[in-house]
Design a protein around this ligand. Structure first.
Ligand code: NAD
Ligand code: UFG
Length: 336
């Protein structure tokens, strides 16, 4: 079976591709490398001891997609390609709608033309919006997204629901990720943000490594356990395995969505303390004003993924911080 993975050279993609290769699938990666390096996939091939096919191209390019479906007999698509910087999306909404919504639309049209109807789509916890109670459950309605990034994910979910309601050949799983962190335990692949890291974990790792002076903790007056925001952090390898499990459930038609999270909230301060304690490093930090758009706390109810897919996050917080630090130490400047 050959799986097309769009965005497969990126952070979640590289771990997912490795897991697919190790499970025996053939893999074709389509990535325009706008936020990734081909080195990630070279390492994935070495780790898996198997080759994959790589196409440098854009998911918005219908001719490129048609050529892929003509060349390979694709069984299913895992669609991860997209832009993901929440703050940037507020400044550049058209880029986000064009890439994330336009790219998805082009991909699904090309899939339909090629007769490929099995899809796993990367969605996000952000689709629940600011008003949803915690923990988030899949039967909650989508909320009002606070950024163009969030809106782009919600729009694609809606597009897929409408499509599946009228074309019954489709088999679609939408995975709502919570906060993936960590790296493969070998330290060979991991998260390699370009420039200033937007997310907490790579920032902590770069401060610990001395690349940045101090971590700013955005807000210490939230109604949470210690005043800092709480999130549901899951190990990127658990998330990667979630894709393979979801793919195996694409034999029944229709559409489903699943939360992929641990179900346990962790505050920013708890995360920093764990990173320091487990890795024996210093992470200087200071309290800073709240970051616009942050919600105080959200985490998953992961029961549906367990009941229906048999998936749950298995790796603990200590593995997440240990693996992040190993990746950071072995690759102080990211991929060469
Ligand atoms: P990433 O930036 O590391 O990976 C995305 C990949 O897609 C990159 O390799 C990039 O080069 C590629 N890409 C972007 N636009 C493309 C296009 N038009 N054509 C071809 N390739 C393109 O990000 P990630 O963290 O691995 O995220 C993967 C997916 O998961 C994204 O859709 C993201 O929105 C979603 N997601 C991520 C998180 C998170 O916290 N990392 C949370 C929820 C959802
Ligand atoms: N934080 C800091 N300092 C930093 C960076 C982050 O205190 O330098 C805090 C944030 O304020 C937040 C928490 O750490 O309270 C987590 O922030 P991240 O930026 O790591 O993650 P978010 O929860 O804001 O967003 C992430 C992804 C989104 C996705 C969302 C839900 O970036 O794409 O998880 O899946 F939508």
């Amino acid at each position: 079976m050959t799986i097309l993975v769009t965005g497969g050279a990126g952070y979640i993609g590289s771990h997912t591709v490795l897991t697919l290769l190790e499970a025996g699938y053939g893999v074709v990666v389509l990535d325009n490398l706008c936020n990734a390096s081909l080195e990630s996939l070279r390492r994935v091939e070495r780790m898996a001891g198997r080759e994959l096919a790589f196409v440098k191209g854009d998911v918005c390019d219908q001719a490129c997609l048609d050529a892929i479906f003509a060349e390979w007999e694709i069984t299913a698509v895992i669609h991860l390609a997209g832009l993901k910087a929440v703050e940037e999306s507020v400044q550049q909404p058209l880029d986000y709608y064009g890439n994330n919504v336009g790219g998805s639309l082009t991909l699904y049209q090309a899939m339909r033309s090629a007769g490929v109807h099995r899809l796993v789509f990367s969605s996000s916890a952000t689709v629940y919006g600011a008003e949803a109670p915690v923990p988030y459950r899949e039967d909650f309605p989508r909320g009002v997204p606070s950024s163009a990034y969030g809106a782009s994910k919600a729009m694609v979910e809606q597009m897929l629901e409408e499509l599946c309601s009228v074309e019954n050949a489709w088999s679609v799983v939408m995975l709502r990720y919570f906060n993936p962190i960590g790296a493969h335990a070998s330290g060979q692949i991991g998260e390699d943000p370009r420039g200033f890291p937007n997310n907490l974990m790579p920032y902590i790792a770069q401060v610990a490594a001395g690349r940045r002076e101090t971590l700013s903790i955005f807000g210490d007056d939230y109604p949470t356990v210690d005043g800092t925001c709480e999130r549901d952090y899951l190990h990127v390898m658990d998330l990667a395995e979630g894709h393979v499990v979801a793919m195996k459930h694409l034999d029944r038609t229709g559409i489903q969505c699943y939360n992929l999270g641990t179900g346990r909230p962790v505050s920013v301060l708890q995360m920093v303390s764990r990173f320091i304690a487990v890795n024996g490093v210093d992470v200087p930090y200071l309290m800073a004003p709240r970051r616009a758009g942050d919600l105080p706390a959200f985490w998953a109810d992961p029961t549906k993924a367990w009941n229906e897919l048999g998936w749950r996050a298995r790796r603990c917080l200590d593995s997440m911080v240990r693996d992040t630090w190993r990746w950071q130490q072995l690759n102080p400047d990211g991929y060469p």
